[in-house]
Design a protein around this ligand. Structure first.
Ligand code: DGY
Length: 321
């Protein structure tokens, strides 16, 4: 990677590529010479005239940094992501250009896992649907239909990384029979390993998706996997919308071929398929799994730490592997 200058007066520019938390934007601007590319009236002109000065780029997991932007910044040495996911940046392309890449791992594991378990309970016990039932004044007319028991069920974790493990630890508290499908079996967990997503779905009452996004996992939860989950099975997705074949999910929900789904992520955010908006079987959340004051602050601190370290020493605090 390009070494950053240690003399603060000679420090290069930090290019902010996408909107970030206002407090993070402020802190970046106070500590570094920062330019918000997305707010410039003519970003192309800036890149033509000032590209040489940019040594680091900060972006969100949603936007990443395009290859064409990396190519336009000859001195770029680091791309710092706000978020654990970084599939929107082509890391191989960055590496080939000598650019290091970081994300914000670990600090969001608990909140994402909390929300996954909350979503699972919500759809199995139909909490949001029952709330709508009460608000609509339907309670007096008929008792609410019976729902699925949560405790003791078989749950499959698709992607046993840091977040998947945090979900599994929580589910142990509900006496659940936990299985997982990941890159391969691991020896440090007591859970059952299943080699394919289809087998995991076939064996379990619910599947929680926590696998990383990107080309390698696109469409992993296919029509076949949803059929294996079956009409009594539930899906929770706190990973990326791209991991699920969304048209297949819409069809499965509409036709009652799965029991329900809790979705925090979608294929084309913020657009949500109309059929899902109209379904009572799904809990729909606006990509907020890490969205707590505490976690977003910790993510912002990690972004600042990465930028600071890079500007001072030319290395990142939490580089992606
Ligand atoms: C992440 O950290 O990747 C979250 O999905 C926020 O984008």
């Amino acid at each position: 990677a390009t070494s950053a200058p240690t003399d603060p007066a000679a420090q290069g520019t930090v290019l902010q590529v996408s909107p970030l938390l206002p407090a993070l934007e402020k802190a970046l601007a106070e500590r570094h010479r920062t330019v918000r590319l997305h707010e410039l009236p003519d970003p192309a002109a800036y890149l033509r005239e000032q590209a040489e000065g940019v040594v680091a780029a900060v972006t969100s997991a949603r936007f990443g940094v395009a290859n064409s932007l990396m190519d336009a910044l000859p001195k770029l040495g680091a791309i710092v992501h706000f978020g654990v996911g970084y599939e929107t940046t082509d890391v191989a392309h960055a590496r080939a250009r000598g650019i290091d890449v970081s994300n914000t791992p670990d600090v969001l594991n608990d909140c994402v896992a909390d929300l996954a378990v909350g979503g699972l309970i919500d759809v199995m016990r139909e909490l949001s649907a029952a709330d709508r039932y009460v608000r609509a004044g339907r309670w007096g007319a008929a008792p609410y239909p019976l729902t699925s028991r949560v405790s003791g069920k078989r749950v499959g974790i698709l992607g046993l990384g840091r977040i998947g493990r945090a979900v599994a630890r929580r589910l142990e508290g509900f006496d659940m029979d936990i299985a997982y499908c990941s890159r391969g079996p691991v020896s440090d967990v007591p859970y059952r390993y299943l080699p394919t997503a289809r087998e995991l779905a076939a064996e379990c009452d619910a599947v929680v998706v926590t696998v990383a996004g990107g080309a390698g996992t696109r469409g992993l939860v296919s029509a076949e996997v949803l059929d294996a989950l079956g009409p009594r099975g539930f899906l929770v997705n706190v990973a990326r919308g791209s991991v699920v074949d969304e048209p297949a999910l819409v069809a499965a929900v509409r036709e009652g071929r799965i029991a329900g789904a809790a979705l925090d992520v979608f294929a084309d955010e913020p657009n949500v398929p109309q059929a899902l908006l109209e379904s009572d079987r799904v809990l729909l959340l606006p990509h907020v799994a890490s969205g707590t004051h505490e976690t977003r602050q910790a993510m912002a601190d990690l972004v600042l730490g990465n930028v600071q370290r890079f500007m001072a020493e030319g290395v990142l605090l939490t580089p992606v592997l």
